[in-house]
Design a protein around this ligand. Structure first.
Ligand code: SDX
Length: 393
């Protein structure tokens, strides 16, 4: 019975809950955060502005945004003991394994704000989470490559500081390229929330037992890691590397259509979008801007991706099944151009989606009607039978 949107009965039967956060129209390829189109937010707002919108439900005024940015930047450092936590991992541990562990461990450091019936505790936890995600992602990267951790620089903006922690070193001054900063900031916005996707469902279900948001979001990170979900950007880039040349695209399109072959075209298709994912269009635009800025207009993989997209979108199987590029199709190419290694792509996704996970969790636990999630199963196993003694088995 939503006030502004009409739903067909079929949809209502699949909806798990009411929400005021994100609206997706899969047929039209429309995505709204708190009613604002993703295209306008990506074009006109910063990621922190969008984070404020998702949390508070309204875009901030200038002074509100300035205070929010200050509050976030005041919490960018991790508790120093967490540095040891990283050192418990092998250097070659997948960064998403580190993210699952370290984000979950945040719940061990913030007992002072663990009364989540208190709005102020929830607000401070939100600030702490989104402030520390860039630091954790950058530390996971630095640990993986054997570089020293870079402390946050609060004089830089949120996203410029992230690139500084990722690519700066103590040996020389690092000033992030403003075009790359803006591109990264938009990539964060495009990944901030997406209604009831698999990882958000995980966070909501975990939170429905009363578990704290850091632990729930750690579960969400684990779910996001899968190649059918957030891991698709990493899988898509590896697929493009494997295809290697436009001459081999037909072979992979054929494999994607072959039901006996488990291969899926990574970065294509979506549970909800049966039209072009609006985020994929914006991601392709960012790709052009970043590659242009870096003089990489003839980037081999970008050209291959565009050729693959063109061929797939003209193929009757993909047209009939309504399979279009999704947010993950171009994101790997642009992140690689910015200098982010493939293994870190899904960590970037998690960094941004932490905003959506938290606000979705908060919407659930503040809903007076919420109860612990307890989906039932349709049992189709053995009928009732008696145990047979070992001697007679
Ligand atoms: C994300 O839920 C979200 O919102 C997720 C996300 C977010 O922001 O949180 O948007 C992020 O996870 C995007 C999706 C990233 N994953 C990938 O790019 C992996 C490749 N895509 C596929 O795994 C697949 O498209 C899924 C898992 C995303 C959706 O699969 P479904 O549910 O099977 O999709 P569908 O029902 O629309 O498929 C229709 C048909 C099926 O064949 P039939 O059973 O009808 O014969 O198309 C086939 C599918 O098998 N199909 C594909 C395909 N995707 C679907 N065939 C080849 N290549 C593909 N990529």
């Amino acid at each position: 019975e939503a006030k502004v949107f009409t739903y067909d009965p079929g949809f209502l039967s699949t909806a798990s809950c009411r929400s005021t956060i994100t609206y997706i129209d899969g047929e039209k390829g429309e995505l709204l955060y708190r009613g604002y189109p993703i295209e306008q937010l990506a074009e006109q707002c910063s990621f922190l502005e969008v984070a404020y919108l998702l949390k508070k439900g309204e875009l901030p005024k200038a002074d509100e945004l300035a205070k929010f940015e200050r509050d976030v930047m005041q919490h960018t450092m991790l508790h120093d003991q967490m540095n040891h936590f990283f050192r418990g991992f092998r250097r070659d541990a997948h960064p998403m394994a580190v993210m699952v562990g370290v984000v979950g461990a945040l719940s061990a450091f913030y007992h002072d704000v663990m009364d989540f019936s208190d709005q102020e505790h929830r607000d401070l936890s939100f600030i702490r989470l989104i402030a520390k995600m860039p630091t954790i992602v950058a530390m996971a990267y630095k640990y993986n490559i054997g570089h020293p951790f870079m402390y946050p620089r609060n004089d830089l903006g949120y996203t410029a500081n992230f690139l500084h922690m990722m690519f700066g070193t103590p040996c020389e001054k690092y000033e992030p390229n403003p075009v790359l900063v803006r591109a990264m900031d938009v990539i964060f916005t495009l990944h901030a929330d997406h209604e009831q996707n698999a990882s958000t469902s995980t966070v909501r279900l975990a939170g429905s037992s009363g578990a704290n948001p850091f632990a729930c979001i750690s579960a969400g990170i684990a779910c996001l890691w899968g190649p059918a979900h957030g891991g698709a950007n990493e899988a898509c880039l590896r697929m493009l590397e494997e295809i290697g040349d436009v001459s081999r695209v037909g072979e992979y399109i054929k494999r994607a259509k072959d039901k006996s072959d488990p291969f899926k075209l990574m970065g294509f298709g979506h549970r909800v979008y049966k039209n072009y994912d609006p985020r994929a269009k914006l991601m392709r635009k960012i790709c052009h801007e970043v590659l242009g800025e870096l003089g990489l207009e003839n980037d081999r993989l970008f050209k291959l991706a565009m050729a693959l997209e063109k061929i797939a979108l003209e193929d009757e199987y993909f047209v009939e099944k309504k399979l279009y590029p999704n947010v993950d199709f171009y994101s790997g190419i642009v992140q690689r151009a910015i200098g982010i290694p493939t293994s870190m792509f899904t960590c970037i996704f998690a960094l941004a989606r932490a905003v959506g996970w938290f606000v979705q969790w908060e919407e659930m636990i503040t809903d007076p009607e919420y109860k612990i999630g307890r989906p039932r199963q349709l049992y189709v196993g053995s009928p009732r039978r008696d145990v047979v003694p070992m001697s007679e088995r």
